[in-house]
Design a binder for this molecule. Structure first.
Ligand SMILES: Nc1ncnc2c1ncn2[C@@H]1O[C@H](COP(=O)(O)OP(=O)(O)OP(=O)(O)O)[C@@H](O)[C@H]1O
Length: 524
């Protein structure tokens, strides 16, 4: 007998009286209160009349409106309702539709009694989690954060004060902090509040550009100045005349280029590569680094004079683990953003999931948090992220055993926003047949190719892979899927140091399939 089923009600919607009876008996014997309806319309009427089931088990094919239509109606009536669809005719289309419109699960008739009970128990427990997440109110007013920087912690308030002090001046600012803490956001914010806000803001990641190209990138070049310079090129400094240039990862800049940056700061002029002509530029420089520049100066890896020039004002952005109290607000802000920008249906986080997010150490800082929130919103089935939707590392489960939390969790304050339309929300789905085109078994893990602006993510992302699989198959673009699959396989091989058994395990395919694919690639 499951725990605490006394208050749990299951509504069975099926036009087959026998199914209503037998399912009702099985679930009733587990202590659930059973309600039945002989059609989708009758089910909807019962909900309208005030019935509040914890779970609806609904047939897909019925006389009158279909199970999918019933699901859509009921979803819009209550976001925490869990709905399991049942069918004797399992097609890929129906399964995809069911999950897309937010079914908790999809089961085939004839039923395996144990399976039905297991699904019902899980769905009801998930419904309870969602209800408990319901009482939380929206934490942040999205429109108050036009700059996209959220943070009420004393540490971030200090950062905001310095931004306010330096913004209006033309002073050079050095922003320091670990990767993903929001240094670029802060640079943008300084620009927005400066007298140059109408001018261009150009960000250059110095670490991403090879040493031999960085000067041409920053200062431009003349035609023929080096092999490959077939046309004249205007550099970033010239492009952002009267604006602000953000030199990210300045600690990775070669000493020769550092000298030229110093000249811009001192003289306000540049020379294109291959030219002796000096060009005046009016550019404010904001630089950022996650390196210890003082140490680099001591070790003669960074020019001391440039360091002093850049360090006129310094903003140190605290790591996320130093301002855990900001996490609920940032999560709320990110979810509101997902609802707004991507029509996500997830608007909340259950208290225990939020607690786990707050407890985690976030080595990748806010960027990592953003990736986790997005990933979890994709796999979440209702309108709330639950504990089960979080990656294992955040839940404290890793291959090495539980992950130590960096600091005690703050009181879980959670997040709530207005209900968003569900149509184009990110879907989680149990793909019935990924890789079916090739007659192989599904790959259950993937990087995050469906997330345009996201950063590199762990490779175990079944829901995103599945979503992509169905979308691409619908558009008959299996070639793209093949390319993605290839990337996944290569990444798994690299990450496991060439261990095929482990790579196959991560990818969720057999070793034979992996071998077959690798043979195909090497035959090309
Ligand atoms: N306080 C914040 N509130 C909301 N979102 C934030 C905050 N700080 C950072 N982000 C988000 O986190 C991501 C990383 O931020 P950003 O690129 O500014 O970090 P960074 O420190 O410049 O990273 P890197 O050192 O790798 O260049 C971005 O998507 C940004 O919008």
């Amino acid at each position: 007998m499951p725990n605490d089923t006394t208050m749990s009600t299951i509504l069975i919607v099926d036009d087959d009286e026998e199914i209503r009876y037998s399912l009702g008996r099985v679930l009733g014997s587990r202590g659930y209160q059973i309600e039945t309806a002989g059609s989708g319309e009758e089910g909807i009427e019962k909900i309208k009349a005030g019935l509040k089931p914890d779970l609806i088990m609904c047939d897909v094919r019925m006389g009158g409106i279909s199970g999918i239509e019933t699901l859509q109606h009921m979803r819009s009536a209550s976001s925490s309702l869990q709905i399991v669809l049942m069918t004797a005719f399992g097609t890929a289309q129906t399964a995809i539709e069911a999950m897309k419109f937010g079914a908790y699960d999809y089961i085939m008739k004839p039923f395996d009694v144990d399976k039905v009970i297991e699904i019902a128990e899980k769905a009801i427990s998930s419904s309870k989690d969602m209800k408990s997440a319901n009482k939380y109110e929206k934490k942040v007013n999205y429109d108050d954060y036009k700059e996209g920087i959220v943070g009420n912690s004393p540490a971030m308030q200090e950062v905001f004060k310095v931004i306010g002090q330096v913004a209006a001046s033309d002073a050079t600012v050095l922003v320091t902090g670990e990767s993903g803490t929001g240094k670029e956001l802060i640079a943008k914010c300084i620009n927005q509040h400066s007298l140059r806000s109408g001018g261009p803001f150009v960000a250059v990641n110095c670490a991403a550009i090879p040493d031999n190209l960085i000067e041409s990138e920053l200062f431009g070049h003349e035609k023929g100045s080096f092999t490959g310079a077939t046309t004249q090129r205007i550099g970033r400094f010239e492009q952002c005349d009267r604006g602000t240039i953000f030199l990210d990862e300045i600690g990775d800049m070669a000493l020769a280029t550092q000298t030229k940056i110093l000249r811009v700061l001192q003289e306000g002029e540049i020379q294109r590569v291959g030219s002796t002509e000096t060009i005046k530029v009016d550019v404010r420089v904001i630089a950022a680094t996650n390196k210890d520049l003082e140490k680099m100066v001591k070790e003669k890896e960074f020019r001391e004079d440039l360091y002093y020039r850049l360090n006129v004002f310094r903003i140190r952005v605290p790591a996320l683990r130093e301002r855990k109290e900001d996490i609920p607000d940032i999560v709320d802000f990110m979810l509101q953003n997902l609802v707004k920008e991507r029509k996500a249906r997830v608007t909340r986080v259950s208290p225990d999931a939020l607690n786990a997010l707050v407890s985690y150490a976030w080595p990748g800082n806010v960027r990592e948090l953003g990736n986790v929130v997005y990933r979890s919103a994709v796999v979440a089935q209702g309108d709330a992220i639950l504990m089960k939707d979080l990656p294992d590392t955040i839940r404290g489960i890793s291959e090495e055993g539980p992950v130590a939390a960096a600091a005690p969790a703050v009181e879980p304050a959670a997040v709530r926003a207005e209900l968003a339309p569900a149509e184009s929300s990110p879907e989680g789905s149990d793909s019935p047949e990924p890789l079916a085109e090739k007659g192989a078994e599904p790959i259950a893990s993937a990087p995050a190719p469906a997330v345009p602006a996201a950063e590199p993510m762990p490779i175990s992302l079944p829901a995103i892979y599945d979503k992509l699989y169905h979308e691409l198959r619908e558009r008959q673009e299996m070639r793209i899927l093949t390319l993605i699959e290839r990337q996944m396989i290569q990444r798994a091989i690299t990450e496991t140091g060439g261990n095929q058994a482990r790579a196959a395990e991560i990818l969720g395919i057999t070793r034979n399939t992996l071998k077959k694919r690798l043979d195909e690639y090497s035959a090309e």
